[in-house]
Design a protein around this ligand. Structure first.
Ligand code: B16
Ligand code: MG
Length: 221
């Protein structure tokens, strides 16, 4: 396969912000009398802020208790807490092998894109000192449907002028892998086989440390 663009998820692929999302959601859920644990949190990975809130409310049987305005206020409150926790993020938090891979892709003239559901992605990339290594950061507001719909990956490919047939997507979440496959791209999963294989991941790696340009070039051979 000829690779002309690599599209990266952020949380769980570039760095681990999942723990901060979890802390902020757990605090908000507790305020609503809803308990969430780490197993439930898996269902929130890669899912938008409002959809995450809806899932928490359904989990606590409170789906119909709140008005749209109240939900927006709660989502804003969660984000304010989350953003406070982001002050801890620095370049040392970039996952193993990621900066090196981005530099290799630059040298090989391969486009690099962030396809994250997070509206905080630009700020996080700045804190990680990685912004300059990406050609495009998709704003999730640019697309009609979140992951598992293909929209965010298709928009990223379009923005850098590459046909999806020449794109690789890298994801850690089931919803994200489904989005990549719906976009008809090659999907690399970071995590556990039994979690990511059923969603159609082409290859699963246990950690980003195994990623490299030479490895990606073996895909689809
Ligand atoms: P925000 P990703 C996702 O990031 C997170 O995995 C998910 O937990 C979060 O709800 C979502 O971003 C939205 O984030 O509230 O910052 O806009 O995995 O798609 O990079
Ligand atoms: Mg993710």
């Amino acid at each position: 396969m000829i690779i002309k663009a690599v599209l990266f998820d952020l949380d769980g692929v570039i760095t681990d912000t999942a723990e901060y999302h979890y802390v902020a959601w757990k605090q908000l859920a507790a305020q609503l009398g809803i308990e969430i644990d780490e197993a439930f949190n898996e269902q929130l990975k890669g899912v938008s802020r409002m959809e995450s809130l809806e899932r928490i409310l359904r989990h606590g049987n409170r789906a119909n208790d709140l008005s749209a305005e109240e939900k927006i206020a709660l989502a804003t409150q969660k984000n304010n807490e989350y953003v406070k926790l982001l002050v801890n993020v620095s370049p040392k938090d970039v996952y193993p092998g990621i900066r090196e891979l981005l530099l290799e892709l630059r040298a090989a003239d391969v486009r690099t894109v962030i396809a994250s559901a997070s509206k905080n992605a630009p700020q996080i990339l700045n804190s990680l000192a990685l912004t300059d290594l990406f050609d495009y950061i998709v704003n999730p507001d640019e697309v009609a449907h979140g992951k598992p719909a293909p929209d965010i990956f298709l928009r990223g490919a379009e923005a850098v002028g590459v046909n999806p047939a020449f794109c690789v997507g890298i994801e850690d979440a089931q919803a994200g892998v489904e989005a990549i496959k719906s976009a008809k791209m090659v999907a690399v999963g970071i995590g556990e086989e039994h979690v990511l294989k059923p969603s159609g991941t082409d290859v699963v790696l246990p950690s980003t440390g195994s990623l490299s340009w030479s490895f990606l070039q073996t895909l689809g051979e």
